[in-house]
Ligand binder design. Structure first.
Ligand code: M6R
Length: 592
């Protein structure tokens, strides 16, 4: 989704903001622009193209008050006019915005009809600059605050005024972080744009604004009262947001998983009782998420119901929030989110809170909106995930769900056994990654027109995730199904050209999956079997075998996820796709 970055200080902020925008590219965007103060005028430079193009347009410019934006189109097509920053009609104010102003049409109509305002773009965002102009009577902060009383929806906004050495930003529903340094302040949708300049950050809370002036900043509520702000240290360094020799962030993040799995359980595994979720023997657990996080949540259902005997319901946030869900105050609601900013998940959690439920989060990004809203839960500590296709967050979410399960479980022997197995997992992941040869298999199937992923039981969600990964980055049609459902429909798609990726683990459904493989083989499908042991029957049934290290049933989705991630990666690479920023997708979906 849209990315925001800004600089207020003593240096030339233009290269700093451009570099910041480059760092925000991972969020997905279709146009970009900057605005800066130049002797009481505001200059704007934008492009429908990439940041590289923007750089070539601003090479000789200089300003120490600069705002920058990458736009992911929602209202109005991606073109030059709709790109941010937007100016007020009199060109005195420039704004950048992430989110959606829901009542922009009414406000626009009013300003046009009653006050003769002229609008240039089709965006919902332009209304922000126009409203500030409408309210302005010499006091920028006052006009900005009056504008806030009019707009409805979600927003992270940064604004500058040509006659004020001030930068004002505000947050409601879309994240904003301030980077604080001596003599300079940075703003970002997340800390990545300014991480090499400062690790001291203030995450704005809901309905907070910041007024930045030379050598000072104030954090206020929307009524203008000073509020408390805490400076936090960003828990990762610049290396986390660099490729470090890998061709793509996605590949780097796949290869980081031995470490990220360990980071997720480190410090918790020997003190499971210290997990910070207040639970009161919930009658039900409801896991809410979107996309890959939803598939991780499905793993959680198999896990918790089978081993801790608590009913678990898994909900797609976008559906959950718009029906009238039957919730009880005895329910424990857990939101899963890598970014912590997914709008549907955030709203689903707010709804559950309103209905009196106990809510918690399993979140990667510290200080994110979902983390703040839940105020209890488990952080993944996987570090920034830059590739739009989620990989390391998925495996860490399954680790976190296992930690949650151990926290809920009453059997001390089970806990000990699982902890021992979990500790061995990072080495197994590392060993697999060092020896895998999935590229060779991908070469054979790079031109296939359709891919089918099959799994059962706790590995069924891995089949879903495999299909999602492949669709997202290679744009190939792919489906995931429970292997047992295949004969109820998907089997009609299988012929001698169809690659069928089967997840086969030595567990309670092993024989059932073997039978399903026979069904595929009888239709001449090409089986790529991901399994934890090899025998003659598997050899006869499969065109290719990917052997993964053995682990317990509980952790098998983690080890099985890695080959499906690599398979998707190599198919996309062999098709020359834009792997880290696939078309139409955004990293954090902060709008509905
Ligand atoms: O940040 P979240 O985990 O809340 O994001 C949820 C989905 O948008 C996300 O998993 C999406 O499906 C990814 N592109 C998957 O690779």
């Amino acid at each position: 989704m849209c990315g925001i970055t800004a600089y207020f200080g003593e240096k030339n902020g233009i290269p700093i903001v451009l570099e910041g925008l480059k760092r925000l590219e991972y969020r997905g965007y279709d146009s970009a622009g900057i605005a800066f103060l130049n002797n009481n005028t505001i200059e704007i430079i934008k492009t429908k193209g990439k940041i590289q193009e923007l750089k070539s347009l601003v090479s000789d410019k200089n300003s120490n008050i600069v705002i920058g934006h990458t736009r992911w189109a929602t209202h109005g097509e991606p073109n030059y006019i709709n790109a941010h920053p937007h100016l007020s009609m009199d060109k005195s104010i420039a704004i950048i915005h992430n989110g959606i102003i829901e009542n922009h049409s009414e406000l626009k109509r009013e300003l046009k009809e009653k006050y003769n305002f002229k609008f240039e773009s089709d965006t919902d965002s332009e209304i922000i600059a126009q409203l500030i102009q409408y309210f302005y009577q010499g006091d920028f902060e006052d006009a900005f605050r009056k504008m806030l009383t009019k707009i409805e929806g979600a927003f992270g906004i940064v604004a500058i005024h040509k006659d004020h050495k001030q930068m004002i930003c505000a947050r409601k529903g879309s994240p904003l972080v301030l980077g604080v340094n001596s003599n300079e302040i940075f703003i970002g949708s997340d800390p990545s744009p300014f991480i090499e300049h400062t690790k001291d950050a203030i995450y704005l809370n809901e309905k907070q604004m910041a007024i930045i002036e030379k050598n000072s900043y104030k954090i206020k509520d929307f009524n203008g009262f000073n509020t408390q702000s805490e400076i936090e240290t960003i828990p990762f360094g610049i290396e986390s947001i660099q490729k470090q020799g890998f061709e793509h962030f996605m590949l780097k993040e796949i290869y980081e998983q031995a470490e990220t799995i360990q980071n997720c359980f480190r410090g918790k595994v020997n003190h499971i009782e210290n997990i910070s979720i207040k639970i009161n023997n919930p009658n039900r657990i409801i896991l809410i998420a979107c996309g890959t996080s939803y598939y991780a949540a499905l793993v959680g259902k198999y896990l918790i119901e089978k081993t801790s005997h608590i009913p678990v319901i898994v909900e797609q946030a976008s559906e959950f929030r718009y029906r009238q869900p039957m919730l009880f105050t005895s329910d424990l609601i857990i939101a899963l989110s890598q970014s912590g900013e997914t709008a549907d998940t955030l709203e689903a959690i707010k709804l559950s809170k309103k209905l009196g439920c106990n809510i918690a989060g399993i979140v990667n990004v510290t200080g994110s909106s979902i983390a703040k809203e839940c105020n209890q839960g488990i952080y993944l500590h996987a570090g920034p995930e830059i590739g739009v296709a989620s990989t390391k967050a998925f495996t860490s979410q399954i680790v976190a769900l296992n930690l949650l399960n151990l926290f809920l479980n009453k059997n001390p022997y089970y806990k000990l056994e699982m902890i021992e197995e979990l500790k061995k997992l990072p080495d197994k992941v590392k060993e697999f990654l060092e020896h895998q040869e999935i590229l060779k298999i991908a070469e054979e199937f790079k031109d296939s027109k359709y891919f089918l992923f099959l799994g059962r039981d706790i590995n069924y969600p891995v089949a879903l995730e495999g299909a999602l990964k492949l669709k997202e980055i290679s744009y190939n049609p792919a489906e995931g199904h429970p292997a047992g459902e295949m004969k109820h429909g998907p089997i009609a798609l299988i012929d001698s050209t169809t690659p069928v990726i089967v997840i086969l683990t030595k567990d309670n459904v092993y024989e059932k999956v073997i039978s399903n493989m026979h069904e595929v083989k009888a239709r001449k499908g090409k089986i790529i079997c991901i399994c934890d042991e090899i025998n003659n029957e598997i050899k006869e049934l499969s065109t290719h075998i990917i052997q993964v290290p053995k682990t317990s049933w509980e952790f098998s989705p983690i080890i099985n996820a890695i080959p499906i991630q690599l398979f998707a990666y190599y198919i996309a690479k062999l098709n020359n796709r834009e792997i880290d920023q696939p078309r139409n997708l955004a990293k954090a979906v902060t709008v509905e």
